[in-house]
Design a protein around this ligand. Sequence first.
Ligand code: PLP
Length: 442
Amino acid sequence: SILISYCSTPDLHSPGTSGWRTRVRRNENMEKLQNDYLFPQIEMRKMAHIEQYPDAKLISLGIGNTTQPVPEIVASAMAEHSWGLSTVERYSGYGPEQGNEALRKAIAEKVYGGLGIKHTEVFISDGAQSDISRIQARPKVTVAVQDPSFPAYIDTAVIMGQTDGGNNNIVNEDGSTRAAAAGGGKSGKNIEYMKCNAENGFFPDLSRTSRTDIIFFCSPNNPTGNAASREQLKQLVDFAMKNGSIIVYDAAYSAFIGEEADDCPRSIFEIPGAHQVAIEISSFSKFAGFTGVRLGWTVVPEELLFSNGEPLIKDFNRIVTTCFNGASNIAQAGGLACLTTPEGLEAIRELVGYYKENAKILMETFSWLGLRAYGGQNSPYVWVHFPGKTSWDVFDEILEKAHIVTVPGSGFGPSGEGFIRVSSFAHREHIIEASNRLKNLL
Ligand code: PLP
């Protein structure tokens, strides 16, 4: 009988057969995440749509993925560096984990000139997303995020166990709690949502926001496209100072802030006092077309101290040298060409201008349709309100009727319900075609 039972259920007992399990427990924090990360969920619906309508010319204005080529001068610098690696004279292996000194200096001078940032405070990364995760290597801190916001802040916090012991409720601005959205459960009591909507100028009411250790703040914001004003950022820095909190400022879209928008800082370090309360994460992805090349940076000022007086930069350096072995030297050669040659700087300006013109066309389209659209001016994203409808319903309707992929606003937080995010990262002809389809079909 032992033999029979063995033979009838071989998969339960035989290592290597289907269904056989290891004895390793799953990280329970993974179970607290939303069913799926937002973008894979969109991808699934997109693939199903393609299967249903194989001849439809699908336009993707969803995931903020760049479409325009890397400027030639930048690509040439990377090609040149790459060829150099095939020679004995110019081959190089591991570089400094913190990044090449020349690039650190270029960022300190060109991006933060006059703001008192030393090149030794600039850490080159393989993109903003990686550093968002790496700074979470510190469990059991309380975290505040804008609602809506880029999902990576919350999801990485949840994976790292910041919600351990949490009750899966969302903390409101007034300190009360409510159940997380259906299918959610991604928020715990250690994560505070700071409501940012059209009514409050997309800036939280800080007088009703609880103290947290970390405050994630993204400007220009993904998804709302709103760039915070100097006055608002001053309030944020003062709030962090009063509470002894650290701001993690995501400036991935700062290059989209136009010169005419002189009231909207491009860096948190334009605000007095920020060097003692903030780090800034940024990226070459969107302004240089580096989404696939992978390059970013994080600024950690020496003046930023933990409660015991130890500088945060010391630990950040330790994390970077332990968890990361430095960005690709080829990508760094490209980054250097972006910032240190007049042609590179001009090419970036043109690239950003191209997407901003796309955003303008989208803004005009939604306004023509009588819909309220936000952002789109200092940002590549347009945030559109569909009162009385759910975000996923609008997403499905636009996909079904116009064959256009957008992003449901509810994926960015409870305050995103009823909105969709439309990305201007697309070829101009696709933007024009999308605009025509939306005008005809909605
Ligand atoms: N931060 C924000 C606000 C983003 O929207 C994105 C990407 O879309 C990132 C960070 C990630 O950028 P990177 O490509 O540098 O990892």
